[in-house]
Write a protein that binds this ligand. Structure first.
Ligand SMILES: [Zn+2]
Length: 63
């Protein structure tokens, strides 16, 4: 079962949602924003099905 998580895109600052897999303890991948289509670097982790860590970053790492 996937969990829907809402957050702000680091490019366009629109609120978007992604489906996260709570069976993963820690994962990182790149997914395009559904609004502006820029690639967002997602890093997240779950513990006992609870989201304990979530980051949505510009993959260029240039804030
Ligand atoms: Zn965006």
């Amino acid at each position: 079962m996937m969990i829907e998580h809402f957050f702000q895109c680091p490019y366009c600052w629109e609120e978007i949602s992604m489906l996260l897999d709570p069976s993963l303890e820690k994962t990182a991948y790149v997914e395009d924003c559904e609004i502006c289509c820029n690639p967002i670097h997602l890093v997240y982790g779950f513990e006992d099905q609870n989201l304990t860590h979530f980051e949505a970053l510009d993959p260029e790492g240039d804030f």
